[in-house]
Design a protein around this ligand. Structure first.
Ligand code: NAD
Length: 450
């Protein structure tokens, strides 16, 4: 099939490349000329495991092309996927201006039957607006249909997720649209949930909201664990082994971030408000998440007492392992706090440092975690990259000014860290009774927030 993907970001580039790998003829369009030029030159603008090889292979085979030319892209394809960004407007609502802009272009250029598929995450009823805008701009009166096909891939494992999904959701209004999308996804032997467009749109928001809820739930449990001396890691393990619950998204830490969960949650709350429902549950999920970030800064403060003039090392910047994405990354709040308080901040991340330099040029970026640790008063482990699981903490301890580790992802074993002589501070972890004063101090302010 001939496909056009409009918006060549994390979702669009993966979608286009994977469809090309499945044998389709794909044009990826973006209005970011620098991005298009890079892609045409075989350079990949994002870090996503496995994508580079796939992109090179399919470009070479002539199945994958890049352009900024809407006319070529729209006219030469039967199916057009919209994968532009839908960021937070600033008030929680989704900013759909990019969707509107590309929809107007599509409408003015359609030259024959087109199935226009919204893959971006959008509030319910966006499909209706897409249909209306195309119709208004469609001066040729060409036949078109709109469908929804929400994307569930995760950055860091996007290629794998696209190629091996749990399910495919398609929102369609006609047998023809359903047939096209079923054919496209035919190579995947997974359930296809075919429904109306509104339900498909809602499935994506409901899905991300549920996953966010799991994270905030376990973070709330972690807060109770800290107060009563229980260990959230064991609690989560036991809860997660119940198949009705499942172990995924039950890792206590400094909360969720990234380009999806925070904005999708906010957009869903706003949508609920608009239709007359006060989604109190999701408001609490948001608040717990915000509080979790502040909790980590309080832990740093309680461990260091005075932050001004101290050196704090940050291990991991990306919002999660496997990506270079810093959009709404939890590290941002922690680093802003440290800089505000006058700390000197050193940092290392396997993939996200180039992007971080644009946001925080004043940080000292290091070649490895050991360089971060050197002369640091405190290390904060922010992103659970695999390479951090293999760190020699005995060496790290010897190069630090003070052996304080705030493990905001519960990656380390508290007892082992304490045996090594660290002042170890996890999230919802049981602390040994041989802690010094600083270790007991940090839990005090938390009681006040109850
Ligand atoms: P992104 O910001 O990485 O990519 C969006 C791309 O669209 C950018 O390259 C941008 O230049 C391009 N664009 C914006 N306006 C345009 C226009 N008018 N014409 C042409 N191109 C335009 O975003 P993303 O992370 O790929 O997310 C895209 C959508 O998919 C969002 O709605 C998001 O919520 C959803 N989604 C994202 C993920 C994820 O993990 N990133 C997963 C599932 C769904």
């Amino acid at each position: 099939m001939k496909l056009t993907i409009i918006g060549t970001g994390y979702v669009g580039l993966v979608t286009g490349t994977c469809f090309a790998e499945l044998g389709h003829q794909v044009i990826c369009l973006d209005n970011d000329l620098e991005k298009v030029a890079k892609l045409k030159a075989g350079q990949i603008p994002i870090y996503e495991p496995g994508l580079e090889e796939l992109l090179a292979r399919n470009t070479k085979a002539g199945r994958l092309q890049f352009t900024d030319d809407f006319k070529v892209a729209v006219e030469s394809s039967e199916v057009i996927f919209i994968t532009v960004g839908t960021p937070d407007k600033g008030n929680g609502e989704a900013d759909l201006s990019a969707i509107e802009a590309v929809t107007q272009k599509i409408g003015s250029l359609i030259n024959g039957y087109k199935l226009v598929v919204e893959k971006s995450t959008v509030p319910v009823e966006t499909g209706k607006w897409i249909e209306r805008i195309i119709r208004t701009n469609n001066r040729n009166g060409a036949h078109f249909e709109v469908a929804s096909n929400p994307e569930f891939l995760r950055e860091g494992s996007a290629v794998e997720d696209f190629m091996r999904p749990d399910r495919i959701v398609i929102g369609v209004e006609s047998p023809r649209a359903e047939k096209i999308l079923r054919e496209l996804y035919n190579p995947f032997s997974v359930p296809i949930i075919a429904t109306d467009i509104k339900s498909a749109e809602l499935i994506k928001h409901a899905s991300n909201s549920f996953l966010s809820t799991k994270i905030s739930f376990i973070n709330a449990i972690a807060n109770i664990c800290e107060r009563v001396g229980a260990d959230v890691v064991k609690v989560a393990e036991a809860i997660g082994l119940d198949r009705r619950i499942g172990k995924d998204f039950l890792n206590a830490g400094l909360g969720f971030g990234g380009s999806c969960f925070p904005k999708d949650l906010a957009a869903f709350i706003r949508l609920a408000e608009k239709v007359g429902y006060d989604f109190k549950l999701l408001k609490a999920v948001e608040e717990i998440n915000r509080e979790q970030n502040r909790l980590v800064t309080r832990k740093i403060e309680s461990a260091l007492w005075i932050i001004e003039g101290k050196t704090v090392g940050i291990l991991g910047l990306a919002f999660k392992p496997g990506t270079d994405d810093l959009r709404n990354a939890p590290c941002l709040g922690v680093i802003e706090f440290l800089l505000r308080e006058g700390a000197k901040v050193k940092a290392y991340d396997p993939q996200a440092m180039e992007k971080a330099k644009k946001i925080f040029p004043q940080l000292s970026y290091c070649a490895d975690p050991y360089e971060v640790a050197r002369e640091s008063d405190c290390l904060v482990l922010v992103t659970e990259w695999d390479e951090f699981k293999r760190l020699q903490f005995s060496t790290i301890k010897t190069v630090m000014k003070q052996p304080i580790l705030v493990d905001a992802r519960n990656l380390c074993n508290p007892l082992e860290m304490e045996k090594l002589g660290f002042n170890y501070i996890g999230i919802g972890r049981k602390q040994s009774i041989s802690q010094d004063n600083r270790m007991t101090e940090w839990s005090k302010p938390l009681y006040n927030t109850l």
